[in-house]
Design a protein around this ligand. Sequence first.
Ligand code: AP5
Ligand code: ZN
Length: 217
Amino acid sequence: MRMILMGPPGAGKGTQAPKIKEKYCVCHLATGDMLREQVSKKTPLGREAKKIMDAGGLVSDEIMINMIKNQLETNSECSNGFILDGFPRTVTQAQKLDEMLHSKQQNLLHAIELQIPDSLLVARITGRLVHPASGRSYHKIFNPPKQNMTDDVTGEPLIQRSDDNEATLSKRLATYHDQTSPVVGYYQKTGIWKGIDASQEPGQVWRSLLGIFEGGA
Ligand code: AP5
Ligand code: ZN
């Protein structure tokens, strides 16, 4: 399995990707999670990235491409394949990914777009709770943790992402429509693109994904 999961902020990429990872024993490379790890370690990249993420912009293509290249080359979990979540986000990133894979005689099997109207994303984003160490996410209403504000697995506290507010969301959405929508068009031309209705409940979204993987959709 080598695939891309695309979609706007709050579409459900981080909710569905761990299920794909578990089913197909592949790595889940979420560039947003990788950047947040740098932010929490207060590295020079993390300090720079935090400003950009909180403003709803994009970190440079060069940095993001090198991050993915490094993971694909060194992360042993990726030997069976990968799910990319949050990458590529620009046409340049998509072109570089193609070059990287071609040089290894590999290709992408799926580029799946989680489709959802912007109007549904405010509630999803403003209600999200995250366990920073694992990247696991919950929702105050749609997927509440078993114990108030703590992770079901570790019992550690959950937090809200600093970019999960309405003002930053509207900038993230504008960036998505401006810079990432052309990536959808890029894959629509290749024949590996498929769209899924991501406004359905999570179990139904998962069944739609399985339908694609099993060749029925
Ligand atoms: P990133 O972390 O990738 O954020 P994003 O794309 O904005 O996506 P989100 O993580 O907000 O949404 P999601 O689709 O994962 O939703 P989730 O499943 O959690 O990137 C953050 C920033 O990093 C970017 O803005 C950028 O600055 C930078 N960056 C990252 N990659 C980059 C790149 N390649 N190039 C340049 N810059 C980059 O779900 C959201 C909530 O909804 C949760 O609470 C969940 O429980 C709930 N939910 C999920 N599905 C459903 C459902 N079906 N029904 C009801 N609720 C649901
Ligand atoms: Zn995410």
